[in-house]
Design a binder for this molecule. Sequence first.
Ligand code: 9UX
Length: 72
Amino acid sequence: SSQICRIHIKGMTCTSCSSTIESALKTIHGVQKARVALATEEAEICYDPNIVSHNQLMETIEDAGFEAILIS
Ligand code: 9UX
């Protein structure tokens, strides 16, 4: 199955920041698609909720050194 999660990310200042987070999200088992936009400070992630939770997605962002706030 597939679900979309949107997360507000605080602390990104350059495209390297957004690329790092996007790559980290894409390596998570259960993540099908991930896009991080610097301009809107948002991540849009398609994932299988049976494999990974949105809390785990947020932890990955926090572990990369950024603040993650769940939008939807
Ligand atoms: Mo460049 Mo973004 O050092 O924090 S990766 S500003």
